[in-house]
Ligand binder design. Sequence first.
Ligand code: GAL
Length: 314
Amino acid sequence: MPNPTFRPGDIWHDQAGQPIQAHGGGILYEEGVYYWYGENKDAPTVSSEMVGHQLKAPIGFSCYTSADLYHWKHEGVVLRAEQINAQEDIPVQERPKVLHCPATGQYVMWFHADHRDYAYARCGVATSDSPTGPFTFRGTVRPADSDSRDFTVYQDTDGAAYILFASEWNKTLWIARLRDDYLDTIGSASRHFIDQSREAPAIFKRGDRYYLLSSGCTGWDPNPAECATAPAVTGPWTVQGNPCVGDGAETTFQAQSTFVLPLPGKADAFIFMADRWKPADLRDSRYVWLPCQFDDERLVLQWHDSWDLSVFEK
Ligand code: GAL
């Protein structure tokens, strides 16, 4: 058997030989296991006058588990669209992210919940006693009482959790603290990147510094990524610019950020995770994972046809 590698842009299969369905995803790591949650888009795509292309009927969110990040077992659809839609009509279900809440012990999933015209602009919240679900849909919220589309949730090193979300009709990024039970926001939000239309946020901490990646707002079409850094989750954020270099840098290698995974136990090892959307056939959208490199404090992302975790040993 050849050594396993990541091949960004190829079809990635699970251990049963099926293409992995975990788009717009994020990873939770616990006790030697990576849990990859994402949109299961294994359904027909239809053209929509509103936003171009959408799933005919959403399926829900899948969870995959792995001990090494190369081999993934499908744990099934851990939150089904029917369960959500039995309570609330939410045909658009995107970008699930899961945190383990220290106060309640529950696994809390947040996702973008919307109507087909993307005007509902809420977050769905679901909980489970187990990281592999099943998750129970608890309803939708408007974080800090504002509209929310692309977002991420982040658990800081002190256990405090935050939501970072595109608000004000995607014009401005808001950051709000989550309640101790992680089921809603508490207090008011702060506003960042005002009128800069940033979406697809992905945050990580390196040393004492926070890094925030985002994309521009061009729907399924790729655009240049932007990286910013700050001394705290709530800012102030200073823009570094596009971290991508080389061919494809202007389109984030034809992809859009969704998450950055810190490798446990390593000080300086992070994987940038992005989606190469295929709007006409969304189920065939691909994963672009690349190793984060740093030039002093500057994040650098370079294309690799194929790479493996040994890049972090160098
Ligand atoms: C993008 C967003 C995706 C999806 C898409 C729909 O801007 O990042 O998650 O919502 O729009 O057109």
